[in-house]
Design a binder for this molecule. Structure first.
Ligand SMILES: O=C(O)CCC(=O)C(=O)O
Length: 320
């Protein structure tokens, strides 16, 4: 039973985050780990056949192989996993984890039973020492359209290996999620948006380690970041997002149907990527149940991405 209790929910609403260390049954993450292992293997074979990789590193475990490959061929090995800035990999096991009953029961505790999978989910293989693996302070709402600032877009951050301080877990700034969206700047470290230290409301950040099988829940206004790590472990994780069907979304809409002229309040929180209904008693026919449909939708949005929300963020001032 994964429904959360009132004490957990009260903590989440007060602090802006919640760790549930044992959300998933132990076998639940295995299919996605296997799918990613297979994907990494395919990419290694391709690069090896093209003469760009000296060997396959097949003897290395899931936690290390990608790091060895990355050391030889750089970011190229990550493209099939992370896409071109969008969601990237959209395999069957990923979809099955996104709609896993244990996860959806927990999600329902926060946002009710009519659930839309938010367009923005990411598989993150965080490689030791990798620049793009370090995500500076931000709120997810810094990326979303402002008309969604007051709504809950729930982040479920799910490690596929134990996420500790040594392996690059997240840090959060507790109790800051009720203070609105802070100023972000563009072109932060790794190319991400960044909230600079003087714009943060406090400095009492916390490390939030999460074991495999657990989940970290965040609000879209919770400042969080992910620090560099140098342990010899790829800190694989999935961050999936969900919102109530009442929050603006583009479920059922194809990217070619995006109309910039429709009132902004009716546009999705993040139009470049595909939202999809994952649970609904009111409109069961709208639920995306087949992986093939999810994948097709995802691919369509990867090819033709409606524009990102513009929040007026500007580049960070150059440091002397
Ligand atoms: O997984 C990470 O290292 C960063 C995740 C993150 O910033 C997010 O999910 O918004």
């Amino acid at each position: 039973m994964s429904r959360l209790d009132p004490v957990q929910l009260e903590f989440f609403h007060r602090e802006g985050y919640l760790i549930v260390p044992d959300l998933f049954p132990p076998a639940a993450l295995e299919p996605l780990r296997a799918e990613l292992t297979e994907l990494v293997h395919r990419e290694a074979l391709r690069l090896n056949a093209e003469g760009r990789l000296s060997r396959l590193y097949e003897e290395e475990p899931f936690e290390r192989r990608l790091s060895r490959l990355h050391a030889e061929v750089g970011e190229e090995i990550l493209k099939a996993i992370t896409g071109r800035g969008g969601g990237g990999h959209s395999g069957r096991a990923l979809f099955e984890l996104i709609i896993h009953p244990a996860l959806l029961q927990a999600v329902e505790s926060f946002i009710g039973p009519e659930i839309v999978g938010s367009s923005v989910y990411r598989i993150r293989p965080k490689i030791p020492g990798q620049v793009r693996g370090v995500v500076p302070w931000h709120q997810d709402s810094g990326y979303f359209a402002p008309h969604c600032d007051q709504s809950l877009v729930l982040t479920c951050w799910i490690p596929l290996v134990d996420a500790t301080v040594e392996t690059g877990c997240l840090q959060v700034l507790p109790r800051a999620h009720r203070q609105g969206v802070f100023r972000h700047h563009t072109h932060g470290p790794g190319g991400y948006l960044v909230i600079l230290d003087p714009d943060l409301p406090a400095q009492n950040w916390l490390d939030v380690p999460v074991p495999t099988g657990g989940c970290l829940f965040l609000t879209n206004c919770t400042p969080h970041r992910s620090l560099p790590h140098h342990a010899d472990v790829v800190r694989w994780s999935l961050d999936a997002r969900y919102q109530s069907a009442e929050v603006p979304n583009n479920a059922g809409q194809l990217p070619e149907d995006f109309d910039p002229a429709i009132p902004v309040l009716k546009q999705a929180c993040y139009p470049p990527e595909a939202d999809f209904v994952v649970q609904s008693a009111l409109h069961p026919a709208k639920v995306v149940r087949r992986w093939e449909d999810f994948d097709q939708l995802r691919q369509r949005y990867e090819k033709l991405r409606p524009p990102s929300p513009q929040r007026g963020w500007v580049p960070a001032p150059a440091t002397p």
